[in-house]
Design a protein. Structure first.
Length: 550
């Protein structure tokens, strides 16, 4: 909407309430900000707030512990070596943790379906929300995870991947068409299963490393010494070690993909201003903690110069965990790893369908997508047209029927990292502008529903590092003799699409970045105070262990 076409909420005071409500549905911005009704109306009236805190936190685990850990970690180890891999996962883990704190602060004040998309519209510019929303739709609609399910099955059978794609689409459709409560319970069970199996892998890897397997020597830190702590990539010496470490960061970003889903379902979450921050804080315990343990154990039990881990065909055959356990003579664990990878891939595919439907809902709420995507079925209050759209695009997974299945898997995977970094950047900017708007409008951080002592610094650190990772994502293709068009496209295609979408919306509708004093903080605080939430009970005694799943 052009600035000269803006309708002021103040001018609607003399209109009858019925007419006023009708007019507000057509208003995207006002003279003093975005109206409270426009911000929250669609979420409050059309979605069911049925998700509990335990489900919300575990949905995040489902999106994180997946093929990035079980399949891609081998390629990361081959590029960086054991110490380089641990450092890469630790650095990205810190960035993820800081970014989630930034997201939690904003989401607690504005708990909206679509989270970072709606936040960008409120705190930055509606053109930013438009560009990010459609970019995320494009990223989520690509059926990379569904491709993974079909490829993982090739470890056990030679049946055509097309058969498995069809088999796995059916339960995905059922899960997403019915109540969000059903979706939450299914993913909660899958997440518990993942945690249990990851702990099994960690313990089994530790036993293998310490010589607890019959006729297998004790490894200790042998592979950290031979072939060494860092791998060389594209060059020799310190340059080669740095290139290997830095080029692997992109795949590690992909491994942490899914954490942003923690606030995506805010409009369908019970007590979101309490539960979203709680789930975000526990990411550091669950995600970073378990990831670092799993990666550390992996660095002890398989050497980085093993040729089998450098490439992946999408099945568990090239998983570094499978290779390590097969070497150790543990025959059953490779099948467990493959089963875990299959569960992870299916959960990711399920999550992608959910994401597409909720992102389309949030875009439609801003009049940036057809209004049909706001429609929900009467029984379960689920945005069914978005679910149908995502399921239709699942047909792209049938591209894996040819001999280039593993290339398709790799292509889908590489594209995701740059989209994730873009979203982390925008989450950080939204947090920074929210805090600046607080000062400009006479509020303090104490007025916010949730704050963290490192929130302000964390947003800046996350922003700067995410920008650095995004800009250097495809740097290896510019090294002499290593030009790779596919690397260039997968690294910088998403930012270019974002710029095109942003510029197109901004030029056509002549939108402007919000002035700090015009950001709709009064409307957001009014909603916060009008919807009080019960104070959560602190975890004491034996209940402390429930932080793993509660």
């Amino acid at each position: 909407m052009k600035q000269d076409e803006v309708v002021s909420v103040k001018s609607l005071k003399n209109v009858s309430s019925a007419k006023n409500a009708e007019l507000l549905q057509t208003v995207s911005v006002t003279e003093v900000g975005i109206s409270k009704q426009f911000i929250f109306d669609e979420d409050d009236t059309k979605l069911e707030k049925a998700l509990k805190q335990r489900q919300l936190g575990m949905i995040t685990l489902v999106g994180v512990f997946g093929t990035g850990l079980f399949l891609s970690s081998g390629g990361t180890l081959a590029k960086t070596g054991p110490v380089g891999m641990c450092l890469a996962y630790l650095i990205i883990g810190v960035v993820v943790g800081l970014n989630q704190i930034a997201l939690a602060e904003v989401a607690a004040l504005a708990p909206l379906t679509g989270s970072s998309i709606r936040h960008a519209e409120i705190f930055i510019d509606e053109a930013v929300g438009f560009a990010l929303g459609w970019l995320k739709v494009w990223n989520a609609i690509l059926p990379g995870a569904l491709v993974s399910t079909a490829l993982v099955m090739q470890y056990w059978t030679t049946v055509s991947p097309g058969v498995w794609i069809t088999v796995f689409i059916v339960p995905i459709a059922i899960t997403n068409i019915f109540s969000i409560k059903l979706y939450g319970e299914i993913e909660f069970v899958f997440a518990l299963l993942k945690i249990a199996l990851i702990l099994i892998l960690i313990l089994a890897g530790l036993v293998l490393d310490l010589g607890g397997v019959k006729e297998q020597p004790r490894l200790g830190f042998h592979y950290w010494k031979h072939p060494g702590p860092f791998a060389e990539h594209f060059a020799t010496g310190s340059v080669g070690r740095f290139v290997g470490f830095w080029s692997a960061l992109s795949s590690v970003v992909y491994s942490y993909g899914g954490v942003q889903a923690i606030a995506l379902l805010a409009g369908e979450t019970k007590n979101p201003r309490t539960n979203i921050p709680k789930a975000a804080k526990r990411i550091l315990y669950r995600v970073v903690g378990l990831y670092m343990l799993a990666v550390f154990i992996l660095s002890l039990i398989v050497p980085y110069d093993d040729k089998n881990i450098a490439t992946s065909d999408g099945t568990a055959a090239h998983s570094p965990y499978v290779i390590a356990f097969e070497r150790g003579g543990i025959k059953v664990l490779p099948h467990i790893v493959n089963a875990l990878t299959l569960c992870s891939a299916w959960s990711e595919a399920n999550l992608n369908v959910m994401q597409v439907s909720r992102i389309m809902f949030s875009l439609a709420a801003k009049h940036q997508a057809p209004a049909a995507f706001l429609k929900t079925n009467k029984l379960f209050r689920v945005p069914v047209f978005g679910v149908v759209l995502a399921l239709l695009f699942c047909a792209l997974a049938y591209m894996t029927l040819n001999s280039t299945a593993s290339n398709v898997f790799s292509w889908f995977q590489n594209l995701s990292s740059s989209v994730l970094l873009l979203e982390w950047i925008i989450i950080s900017i939204s947090n920074i502008r929210m805090n600046k708007a607080l000062v400009a409008q006479g509020y303090t951080r104490k007025d916010l529903p949730y704050t963290n002592p490192i929130g302000i610094a964390g947003a800046w650190i996350s922003l700067l590092l995410s920008v650095l990772f995004l800009v250097t994502g495809g740097f290896t293709t510019f090294m002499h003799g290593h030009w790779d068009t596919s690397v260039l496209v997968s690294s910088y295609c998403s930012p270019m699409i974002f710029i095109i979408l942003y510029a197109g919306w901004k030029l056509f509708y002549r939108t402007e970045q919000w002035q700090l004093q015009d950001i709709c903080l009064p409307e957001l605080f009014d909603d916060y105070h009008s919807k009080p939430e019960p104070t959560p009970e602190p975890l004491r005694g034996w209940r402390i262990i429930t932080f793993l799943w509660a």
